[in-house]
Design a binder for this molecule. Structure first.
Ligand SMILES: [Zn+2]
Length: 361
């Protein structure tokens, strides 16, 4: 019996000393396993005289129970300690200040739009927004681009499956389904139909075209529509306004060029270009060797458009232009691939934090 007491003393000492669950299991196997010390003792009971067998068996079983309980207590303690250690390792002090917080900056397109809007606001234009989903009539028909007009081929349009919301002239259903606007010009129609001249409005926003994506084209881009309608508005007002705006954006000494161009919703139409800011007119890759960068198509609002909007072209005239903020941003910062503007890559975007100023501003 002394021997049994020694075994129990040794076993419980080893249990307390087990540093982890693996060590504890080794102790269990050594004493209670198939060939464990106590198991062997039980096996040896058969050799004892029958009168001693019961007492000895009882003592060994008590010892086993005792050891079993010690093992379980130790296991629970080890598991609790392991959890404690894990929690301590993952501890977060929520009262500490954040690590390396970087201030954000405005996106180059947002900055360009802000700049354009600010300049027009100073010139008495109001800034508004319009829907990105339009119907055929507002996007094309009312803007003097009837069905089968060849100009539609330039507007690779995303059409939607849903039917048109608005009705055409005389309450007839507008032809075609809803579409994603291909330009911001439908806002001329919305605004002229709601308000009476004099009107001076700019409408920035996203437009969509089903285009092959390449360094200078994307399926979504920004436009900033602007127009003025009043009595006696002339081409001189248009040229003066564009010259003032481009002077603010690209610097007052940058030469401008106006050339005749065609758009169905204006007559006459023109395209305003600035001298290439990279080569100063000598010709380079950005200006494709021409020395000029086309940045603002414009023109006098077509009398048909005024008529479609309930404004009498005998009494009123107007001009309209469509600035391309993406194009202007690309030119200002000499961005070779406009796709960078839409990819949200922080390595690219971070270059445009307020410390970086575009040329001549
Ligand atoms: Zn150039």
């Amino acid at each position: 019996m002394d021997a049994l007491a020694d075994i129990i003393a040794l076993a419980t000492t080893e249990v307390s000393a087990a540093a982890d669950l693996a060590a504890l299991d080794a102790v269990r196997v050594r004493f209670l396993g198939k060939k464990g010390v106590l198991t062997e003792r039980l096996k040896a009971l058969g050799s004892l005289p029958s009168e001693e067998r019961r007492t000895a068996g009882q003592a060994i079983n008590d010892a086993k129970d005792l050891l079993q309980r010690a093992l379980e207590d130790r296991r629970a303690a080890l598991e609790a300690a392991a959890l404690e250690a894990k929690l301590a390792a993952e501890r977060i002090d929520v009262t500490l200040p954040g690590r390396g917080g970087r201030p954000g900056g405005l996106h180059p397109i947002t900055r360009t739009l802000d700049r354009i809007e600010r300049i027009f606001a100073q010139a008495g234009f109001s800034v508004t927004e319009g829907p990105e989903i339009e119907d055929d009539y507002h996007n094309f028909g009312a803007l003097n681009i009837p069905e089968h007009h060849p100009a539609r081929a330039m507007h690779d349009t995303f059409y939607m499956d849903t039917p048109a919301l608005h009705t055409g002239p005389g309450g007839a259903p507008a032809p075609g389904a809803l579409l994603l606007r291909t330009h911001t010009s439908p806002n001329q129609v919305h605004i002229m139909r709601q308000l009476q001249p004099p009107l001076r409005v700019v409408v920035p926003g996203k437009v969509y075209r089903y285009e092959q994506v390449d360094p200078s084209h994307n399926w979504m881009f920004y436009q900033c529509e602007g127009f003025a309608v009043d009595r006696g508005i002339t081409m001189a007002d248009l040229k003066g306004t564009i010259a003032a705006v481009l002077g603010h954006v690209f610097g007052p000494r940058r030469p401008l060029r106006f050339r005749n161009d065609y758009f169905p919703y204006v007559e006459p139409g023109l395209d305003a270009s600035v001298q290439c800011i990279l080569c100063d007119g000598a010709g380079c890759r950005m200006c494709k060797g021409t020395g000029w960068l086309e940045v603002m198509p414009a023109g006098m609002v077509h009398p048909n458009v005024l008529r479609n909007c309930g404004i009498d072209p005998e009494h009123y005239s107007g001009f309209a232009f469509g600035a391309g903020p993406d194009r202007i941003a690309a030119v200002r910062w000499q961005i070779e691939d406009i796709r960078h503007l839409y990819q949200g890559d922080l390595r690219f975007i971070r270059q445009f934090r307020s410390t970086m100023r575009p040329p001549e501003s």
